[in-house]
Design a protein. Structure first.
Length: 276
């Protein structure tokens, strides 16, 4: 994925007021949990409407982005509850002494979330992305995996070049069958970069196309965060992606759940795995 040359200075008019109100350095997750109590969320950040057709697990890989997390949680719950969908949120956080592995963390979220519920749809969601359009209905496409985040503020909302047909990251959706068919995400990308591009190759090796939201619907604001350490081997790994696909992913996943905590905001999974 290209660097976010536009940075996080581009702000959606729709979100400016929300971000100003929400930017409180003294905020705590406990305060936000109390603030959102009117939504009547169940433990694990679960919303169960009176009528529903599908159960969705929102899986969020996480590392040292508390500010982003607070903004995300305060925004995403009201957004999703209005859609009248059955969902739960899973925050997957590796131990601090481990090099962050986003793909592995998302695989863990897929496996662990199913111990709580028989989820139909799995949405993998970057913690720094906020949807801008209320018509952005969260869910899966039943035939092929779906890219939900199409136009992102950090990249000037571009839908040309790389973002026209090669972008596959930010917010993606899979049914259980679809995710198992591609063998999940790769487990070998330690540090940041190209794990999402790798996933795109996996999808296209098993499916004829990727369902994409339209740019006006799949429009996202990207919150600021510190630059992350890149994986220097990511391009070599990417070039050999399809050679590894059937033996690197869900079927090779090794991890240990250190702690599982529940609040009315989300499930938090603290995990360990073999470092690079």
């Amino acid at each position: 994925m290209p660097n976010a040359a536009h940075g996080c200075h581009i702000k959606s008019n729709k979100l400016i007021e929300y971000l100003k109100k929400s930017e409180d350095k003294h905020d705590t997750l406990e305060k936000i949990e109390k603030e959102l109590s009117y939504l009547n969320l169940q433990m694990g950040g679960v919303n169960i409407p009176k009528k529903w057709n599908v159960k969705i697990a929102i899986i969020v890989p996480y590392r040292d982005r508390l500010r982003n997390l607070k903004l995300f949680i305060r925004f995403i719950h009201p957004f999703l509850v209005k859609q009248n969908i059955y969902y739960g949120i899973y925050l997957v956080e590796p131990l601090k002494n481990l090099t962050f592995n986003k793909g592995l963390s998302m695989n863990v979220g897929f496996i662990e979330s199913q111990k709580d519920n028989d989820w139909d749809c799995f949405i993998f969601h970057d913690v720094d992305l906020l949807p801008e359009n209320d018509k952005n209905k969260y869910g899966c496409h039943q035939k092929v995996p779906k890219l939900i985040s199409i136009a992102i503020s950090a990249f000037g909302y571009s839908t040309d070049g790389y973002f026209k047909d090669k972008h596959f990251g930010g917010v993606t959706a899979f049914t259980k069958k679809q995710f198992e068919k591609i063998n999940g995400f790769s487990n070998v990308y330690y540090g940041w970069g190209l794990e999402d591009d790798d996933a795109r190759l996996r999808v296209l090796s098993k499916y004829p196309f990727i369902k994409r939201s339209t740019p006006d619907i799949g429009r996202y604001y990207a919150n600021c965060h510190e630059p992350q350490k890149r994986n220097p081997s990511r391009f070599i790994l990417y070039m050999n992606s399809l050679n590894r696909q059937d033996k690197d992913g869900l079927n090779s996943l090794e991890y240990k759940t250190i702690k599982k905590e529940k609040s009315h905001l989300f499930n938090r999974l603290l995990i360990s795995y073999q470092n690079e």
